[in-house]
Design a protein around this ligand. Structure first.
Ligand code: GCU
Length: 614
């Protein structure tokens, strides 16, 4: 196995083989401590202590006390803190979220939907095909940051993955579960709502007794192989996936049917709320896609069984560079919810462009007011030797796990500092420069792509690079309606009414152009190009400035990276260098195409005389 880069390099090549978290913790402690000469440590398991742990010090050295999985989390905490040069002592700590999930969008042919780090970790050519040590190493990485549940297949369930819940493939699923269980990681399977039909019934109607019996039997089978399966994940009635709407049933009826089949086994049913009309006519100004999740679900509050979790994307659109928080989070008080983030950089640079996520997570969590009880992220992983394609994209996986454990926005700089110390060494000479690059990256990317929450100026399907009208006349409900005078969609009560899905005080802030955060101005408002921004610039000039500055920022990232030459293994340096070069070109392309797009409408040149092509 060649794990080219990871935040746990001090373990070297050795991997734990233990069958449960306590055994793994013992092995990891021995392996990790070997590189920390002088320190000594004991472990104590506290039955019933679950994921929690504490680290104390007495005359014999460090003592990690923790629950059945907590003892492993405590072990990694101790080892990483010592490696990073931090004080490891901590009073009893429990994770904020019981479920800290990752979703793979892996297909069994080996491809990864929206994957930018190679092929699947689990499958090739329609079969399970993996390196068991690599899966163990993956388990170690997840446990080291506290992630405890992973779905192993794409939410768009393509055959043969629909059979993962059948005797045909369950023996293989069991092997993955057995590999990850010692790291405290449980499996989730994404299921196809139409499976009963594929398997010979004439319906998948959730109220049909035969369908209910089918799923009960299927769950009995699944749990016979994987008794601790976390549950099922479902994308239904979304982007052409089958679902209960076909049978005239709502999503509470659809979800509860599966939840009841899982219930006797202690399983959870995780139901995604990414439901919208994906055949919208651009001529229609009344349908507004961001309203869809709320419209489909809010009225169902209180109707979901207790083992149902609604998984809601962080924004109402689709992982765009800048969106408000989904209004569904402020509704449905009586429903269990998970917030879904996307580590895979689908709209944020394909793991070519540098995009460190904690700053945007901080904005999102600040607006959330109350955290949902669960958290999830689409992974950015693949079979590339360095796991994430861009070596620095690993920092997003690391900080996601940390955020999921803490249950709150973290100081991105502090997390970056720790990640750099662990990955490149405590004495890495350019740590401040690297930290500054990570900190600046999200803002830089936002500046050179779609302006001020406008969304969808990206190349269709590919989602990398600019195409201002690529989605303008499509069926996806993704419009900005730019013309010679104005741009954006009025989502206030005078327009589509989207803003009124928020609590009244938030809606009032968003509806008023004087109070709406500038970053989101073009999400909520249709504005003329001469609209005055708060600093006196026109909207048009602000768009020009952002794009010039963003492209300049990308050039600077490239120059900064060059200062890292010789400070790390050559292949890691060059891998990233190549990406920074591509990013600079991408940013230049965005700058020129977006600026020219608006210049052609307005005929107004840049106030500072910079080059805008005609
Ligand atoms: C986006 C993405 C799809 C994905 C979908 C989802 O639309 O482009 O590839 O399937 O999100 O979250 O289900």
């Amino acid at each position: 196995m060649n794990a080219e880069l990871c935040w746990l390099p001090f373990f070297g090549e050795a991997l734990p083989q233990g069958r449960d978290p306590l055994a793994v913790a013992r092995e990891e402690m021995a392996l990790g401590m070997a590189s920390l000469a002088g320190a000594s440590c004991r472990l104590a398991c506290v039955p019933g202590g679950g994921d929690g742990f504490e680290i104390i010090k007495d005359e014999q050295g460090y003592l990690v006390r923790g629950g059945e999985t907590g003892v492993l989390y405590g072990t990694y905490r101790l080892l990483t803190a010592l490696q990073a040069g931090e004080c490891p002592l901590t009073a009893w700590t429990d994770p904020a979220f019981p479920l800290r999930m990752l979703n793979h969008w892996d297909n069994m042919d080996g491809t990864v939907e929206r994957g930018y780090a190679g092929q699947s970790l689990f499958y090739k050519n329609g079969k399970f095909d993996y390196d068991a040590d690599r899966i163990r190493f993956y388990g170690r990485m997840l446990a080291s940051v506290g992630v405890n549940a992973v779905s192993i297949n794409n939410v768009n369930v393509h055959a043969p993955a629909d059979k993962l819940v059948t005797a045909e493939l369950l023996p293989e699923v069991k092997k993955i579960a057995d590999l990850l269980r010692p790291f405290g990681v449980r499996l989730i399977i994404a299921v196809d709502y139409a499976l009963p039909v594929t398997m010979g019934l004439d319906t998948a109607d959730p109220l049909d007794q035969r369908v209910q019996d089918f799923w009960k039997k299927q769950c009995d089978e699944v749990y016979a192989y994987v008794p601790d399966l976390c549950g099922f994940l479902v994308k239904a009635d979304s982007e052409y996936r089958p679902g209960p709407y076909k049978y005239g049933r709502d999503h509470a009826q659809g979800a509860n049917m599966l939840a009841r089949a899982l219930k006797p086994h202690g399983g959870m049913l995780i139901w995604r709320c990414f439901v919208y009309n994906c055949r919208q006519d651009w001529r229609d100004h009344t349908t507004d896609r961001p309203k869809a999740a709320y419209d489909n679900y809010a009225h169902l509050d209180g109707q979901f069984d207790e083992n149902v979790i609604l998984q809601i994307k962080n924004g109402p659109y689709d992982f765009q560079v800048r969106e408000p928080v989904s209004p569904l989070f402020y509704a449905m008080e009586r429903t269990e919810k998970a917030i879904e983030f996307q580590l895979a950089q689908e709209y944020t640079g394909h793991q070519i462009d540098l995009y460190y996520m904690p700053p945007i997570w901080k904005d999102i969590l600040a607006d959330l007011r109350r955290m949902p009880r669960h958290i999830c992220a689409v992974t950015n992983l693949g079979d590339d030797a360095n796991w994430t394609g861009h070596p620095l994209a690993q920092a997003n996986l690391y900080t996601y796990g940390r955020m999921a454990w803490e249950g709150k926005a973290l100081d991105g700089d502090k997390e970056a500092e720790r990640w750099i110390a662990l990955t490149f060494g405590r004495d890495f000479p350019e740590k401040d420069r690297l930290k500054a690059m990570l900190a600046a990256s999200q803002g830089i990317y936002e500046k050179y792509t779609s302006p001020l929450g406008l969304c969808w100026m990206v190349k269709p399907h590919l989602h990398y690079g600019p195409d201002p009208e690529g989605y303008e006349f499509s069926l996806w409900g993704t419009f900005h309606r730019a013309n010679h005078q104005a741009v954006g969609i009025d989502r206030t009560d005078k327009g589509t009414g989207f803003a009124d899905q928020y609590p009244a005080d938030m809606a009032a802030v968003y509806k008023n152009t004087d109070t709406c955060p500038e970053k989101l101005l073009l999400f909520f408002h249709r504005l003329r190009y001469d609209f005055k921004m708060r600093d006196g610039r026109t909207l048009l000039q602000r768009i020009y400035d952002d794009h010039f500055e963003g492209a300049e920022g990308a050039e600077q990232l490239l120059a900064q990276w060059r200062a890292m030459e010789g400070l790390m293994p050559r292949d890691i340096y060059e891998n990233a260098l190549n990406r920074f070069e591509k990013q600079a070109l991408n940013a230049r392309e965005w700058r020129d195409i977006i600026n020219t797009y608006f210049y052609r409408f307005t005929g107004i040149p840049d106030a500072h005389g910079r080059k805008i092509y005609d």
